[in-house]
Design a protein around this ligand. Structure first.
Ligand code: 1PZ
Length: 215
């Protein structure tokens, strides 16, 4: 194991979502949002190659957002709030059908935002699970209550099959690299409210601007 890999723990990943929230006005800061997602992808990759079809999609969405951030209009993408205001004002969002702005920041973040709901449900189930709980069942339930509603049949099918390859509960807790099971439960109890806050603020922002169904 290299030094970098050794340092990796889910605690750090989730702390990005805490860092996301700007103190004064509750803006969701893009750079931390992106770095949270990068950490989640790393974590997912450590679970095995079977999830590469998921991480490839997440990575491509992260790259779209990084490119916006590095572009000449990068400052407009400082927060999710500034992105929404800028893209809507400049008419950079395809509202009904994907056309010339097929990869807007707004529609790209919406996909990650929906996936964050899955993460929230799944980690909450894991936190409150018992020794006999099956990660594949917890994951399937979380998926059916969130992302599945937006995925076509073929992706749902592929996702469901891949869930059977999830490591058992104990191994899952170990891969998080946080400490004992009790430590993981404590850490999740502390960190998840921040993830929920980021989720809720984003949800409200998108609802307010009628962006929750972007194609
Ligand atoms: C821990 C085990 C990982 C389980 C992951 C559970 C989520 C399964 C999601 C399957 C998504 C598969 C691939 C691509 C889907 C895309 O079509 C959609 C819509 O994007 P569009 O086609 O409109 O551009 N993409 C998404 O819904 C975003 C999916 C991101 C998933 C990230 C999961 C994060 C995992 C963190 C692990 C701790």
């Amino acid at each position: 194991m290299t030094a970098v890999e050794e340092k990796f723990s889910l605690t750090e990943v989730l702390s990005s979502f805490k860092a996301c929230l700007e103190k004064e006005n509750q803006d969701v800061l893009m750079d931390y949002y992106i770095s949270g997602w990068k950490g989640l992808v790393r974590f997912m990759n450590s679970l095995g190659a079977i999830f590469s079809f998921v991480s490839k999609d997440a990575v491509s969405k992260i790259q779209i957002m990084e490119a916006f951030r590095k572009s000449s209009s990068g400052d407009q993408y400082r927060s999710l709030q500034s992105m929404v205001a800028y893209e809507l004002k400049a008419k950079l969002v395809d509202l009904n059908k994907r056309a010339e702005h097929s990869n807007s920041g707004c529609r790209t973040i919406l996909r990650l935002h929906r996936a964050l709901r899955w993460l929230q449900l799944f980690l909450e189930k894991l936190r409150t699970s018992t020794e006999n709980s099956k990660t594949s069942v917890l994951c399937t339930e979380a998926y059916n209550d969130s992302l599945a509603n937006y995925h076509p049949w073929i992706i749902r099918k592929t996702a469901m099959v891949s869930f059977y390859a999830l490591p058992a509960r104990n191994t899952f807790f170990e891969v998080m690299n946080v400490g004992s099971i009790e430590d993981v439960v404590t850490m999740l109890g502390e960190a998840m409210p921040y993830v929920s806050q980021v989720y809720d603020i984003t949800q409200q922002l998108y609802a307010q601007h009628n962006l929750l169904d972007l194609p």
